[in-house]
Ligand binder design. Structure first.
Ligand SMILES: Cc1cc2nc3c(=O)[nH]c(=O)nc-3n(C[C@H](O)[C@H](O)[C@H](O)COP(=O)(O)OP(=O)(O)OC[C@H]3O[C@@H](n4cnc5c(N)ncnc54)[C@H](O)[C@@H]3O)c2cc1C
Length: 496
């Protein structure tokens, strides 16, 4: 049996580990952290549980092709309840709340009732979303790989995609911000800018709105870390090994072949190495010399990293009568880490069992923006902790002006900056996805190296915009390459 080493037990590493084990390889995953999941994580502070990642999971809808993969990986099953937040966002500033309902008829009626002057734009929006709901992320096999069960893009899906094709060029050339500016109502504008982020292109916005409208994009009970633990257990039940607290220093390459990894000056030999840490960091730091191949140069040049400063609050007040996501605007805006904050989307977990002590609420918010250099400087200057405190205090004060019931009730706060993500996951600038902006042509990067044999890559960075589905799909593709190279039958689901 061939021995495979996987670097990283994030979602891509766990998926790759499961597929490799199922296909008959001897597999060990080395993870530098003490837990699985990588960016897909959650944590506890003084009785409050903070969901640190997943807002929505593409493929959590049972009729999606990806659902079967999530089940094969142990991430989802009939026993894991999936919560479909609805309304997905609620804009709460001034007058009537503006709700992003999942049901398109309801959404159209609601938007028309609050903003009749946007009639034309609302109708086009809803028509577009309807067209995009026919699209789902396909699971396909690598050309030339032997597989136990074949996966191809069904012809029916190609036909279903036809109506949306004419809209793709226009939506790709426009940012979500520009698309949102086509609406007069401030609440509708703000929601459309927030769904994926205003710098993404309008096509990414439409795909996401369609995911929600199709009844997909739910939140599995227990959240990110529980899901990672379920996958890790499934992998270990299949006979895979995970070694935690083991940071891989480098991939060993001899005579143009990956032959293992080095950990604490010890050489661990293997027949193949699958690198699932952020590819952008790996190609610069995980080898004797940085790797330079055409696709790697393209990735270095083209990547627009997504990063955030994440703020969590433990509130001694029951906010269960409020929406699960509240979108507020601030006039005047406030400032942190060199960024101006005009609006904030607050995740309210008051109705989630076990997320806070009785009668209390766990709330989180991500402030998007590249603040990496600011926080790095703050660390050097010694103001890092003070700046984090100031940000938390500003947010608490500004939110209390919107929600008087939380005034003087915040018992716990926590702030994670891009440096936190960098420290825990080793990602490039602490980034966890990639922006697909106006006019961008997202590349699908290879899972292999042209110069080093037996080396495979997987992870969010390989297919912008990244995220959890991409982690799984790239983990699967990496193992299909490995199977093809070793003339092994790829096995996507557990052997019976
Ligand atoms: C706030 C936030 C919200 C998000 N929301 C969503 C969402 O709603 N939907 C969605 O799909 N995605 C979301 N994401 C993105 C998603 O979580 C990530 O894209 C995904 O988890 C990336 O998985 P990965 O396995 O590719 O990489 P990673 O999570 O980076 O995993 C890499 C692993 O490798 C380990 N590692 C790194 N270096 C080494 C080394 N040298 N040796 C050993 N181990 C190493 C790390 O510790 C980590 O465990 C969100 C992320 C965040 C942070």
């Amino acid at each position: 049996m061939k021995k495979v080493v996987i670097v990283g037990a994030g979602i891509a590493g766990l998926a790759a580990g499961i597929y490799a084990r199922q296909s008959g390889f001897e597999v060990t995953i080395y993870e530098m952290h003490s837990i699985p999941g990588g960016n897909s994580t959650s944590w506890k502070r003084k009785g409050y549980f903070f969901e640190g990642a997943m807002y929505w999971l593409t493929g959590s809808g049972k009729d999606q092709p990806l659902y079967e993969e999530w089940c094969n990986l142990g991430a989802l099953s009939d026993e894991v309840p999936v919560h479909n937040r609805d309304p997905f966002y609620t804009y709460m500033d001034g007058g009537e709340n503006v709700c992003l309902y999942r049901d398109l008829d309801r959404l159209e009626k609601h938007f028309l009732s609050i903003s009749p002057s946007d009639k034309k734009a609302i109708q086009v929006l809803c028509q577009d979303i309807r067209k995009f709901t026919k699209m789902s992320m396909p699971i396909m096999d690598l050309k030339g790989v032997k597989v136990k069960e074949q996966h191809k893009m069904p012809i029916s899906m190609l036909f279903k995609m036809l109506p949306m094709l004419p809209r793709i060029p226009a939506l790709s050339k426009m940012s979500a911000r520009e698309y949102a500016e086509g609406f007069q109502h401030p609440g509708i504008r703000e929601i459309l800018k927030t769904v994926v982020g205003s710098d993404y292109n309008a096509m990414s916005l439409m795909f996401t709105l369609a995911t929600l409208a199709a009844g997909d994009g739910g939140y599995p009970e227990g959240g990110s870390l529980s899901m990672a633990h379920r996958m890790a257990k499934h992998y270990e039940d299949l006979g895979g090994e995970i070694e935690y607290n083991k940071r891989v220093q480098k991939v060993l390459v001899k005579k143009g072949r990956a032959v293992g990894v080095e950990i604490s000056d010890e050489e661990i030999l293997a027949d193949a190495v699958v690198v699932t840490i952020d590819t952008l960091s790996a190609i610069d730091h995980l080898f004797d010399q940085p790797l330079h191949e055409p696709w790697m140069e393209k990735m270095r040049t083209n990547t627009k990293p997504v990063m955030n400063t994440f703020v969590c609050l433990g509130i001694e007040a029951d906010l269960s009568d409020l929406p699960e996501n509240m979108l507020f605007t601030f006039d005047p805006p406030f400032f942190y880490a060199g960024e101006q904050v005009n609006s904030l989307s607050v995740n309210n977990y008051a109705t989630y069992k076990g997320y806070a002590p009785k009668g209390c609420t766990s709330a989180t918010m991500g402030l998007m923006g590249d603040t990496y250099d600011y926080w790095k400087n703050a660390k050097t200057k010694g103001t890092y902790e003070q700046d984090k405190k100031q940000l938390a205090e500003t947010i608490i004060e500004r939110l209390a002006a919107k929600l008087p019931q939380i005034k003087d009730k915040v018992a716990v706060w926590d702030v994670a900056t891009p440096l936190t993500y960098e420290r825990y996951c080793g990602t490039y600038k602490g980034s966890w996805m990639t922006v697909v902006g106006k006019g961008d042509k997202p590349s699908i990067y290879p899972s292999t190296s042209e110069k080093i044999a037996n080396l495979y890559f997987a992870g969010q960075r390989l297919q912008p915009p990244g995220g959890l589905p991409v982690a799984v799909v790239t983990g699967r593709t990496a193992i299909q390459y490995l199977c093809r190279d070793t003339n092994t039958v790829f096995q996507g689901s557990p052997p019976l």
